[in-house]
Design a protein around this ligand. Structure first.
Ligand SMILES: Cc1cc2nc3c(=O)[nH]c(=O)nc-3n(C[C@H](O)[C@H](O)[C@H](O)COP(=O)(O)O)c2cc1C
Length: 179
């Protein structure tokens, strides 16, 4: 699939088949995560693969948004490894983890899998259930599986601002303070 087609076809899948995701496809996803760009190439991202029923139940205790997906990837970043902008101390970890999660999401779509990025989870429960050490910050649960035959995009999928509302030229003065 070319990128235009893939980007247009992808949507957040919230209804999955019970069919397991094959190990080759999990490997393919992880390869896509590995080659994601990171600030200073510091590669602070870490990924937890969750497929066992006990782990999936723990995900369910962290968030109501697993949608019975048979595979969950928890992306995180290592605060000891991410890059820091010298001008203001801004750290790259969450951005790096978001790019990795985006690679995973688009790779999933390219190999016939559906996914939803889940940020609405209780990080304290995630830390406790998955024994996340203090130097790792959990970024996202990416819930993944084969889309159910009757899976459809949510209404929100079609709601995108017009380019005129997103794009400015030369400076942002026209953006103003309104919505
Ligand atoms: C950073 C981020 C966090 C999100 N968190 C959730 C979530 O917790 N639960 C959920 O159902 N969807 C979540 N989503 C999915 C968005 O709701 C979805 O991407 C958006 O409505 C656009 O729909 P589409 O992905 O189908 O195009 C998240 C997406 C992003 C990028």
């Amino acid at each position: 699939m070319d990128f235009d087609t893939l980007a247009a076809a992808r949507y957040s899948v919230r209804k999955f088949k019970t069919q397991q995701v094959e190990q080759e496809k999990i490997d393919c996803l992880l390869r896509a995560a590995r080659i994601a760009p990171t600030a200073g190439n510091r590669q602070p991202h870490r990924i937890l693969v969750i497929t066992k029923e006990a782990g999936l139940k723990k995900v369910d205790d962290c968030t109501p948004y697993r949608f019975n997906a048979p595979l969950v990837l928890l992306t995180a970043y290592d605060t000891r490894r991410d890059w820091t902008r010298k001008y203001d101390g801004q750290q790259s970890g969450m951005t790096d983890a978001a790019i990795v999660t985006t690679h995973l999401m688009l790779q999933a779509a390219d190999i016939g899998l559906g996914s939803t990025w889940v940020m609405s989870f209780d990080p304290r429960k995630a830390v406790s259930h998955f024994q996340i050490p203090a130097h790792l910050v959990p970024a996202a649960f990416l819930v993944i599986g084969y889309p159910a035959d009757d899976a459809v995009p949510a209404e929100q999928h079609r709601e995108r601002l017009a380019l005129e509302s997103l794009v400015y030229f030369d400076d942002f003065s026209a953006c103003g303070s309104g919505a």
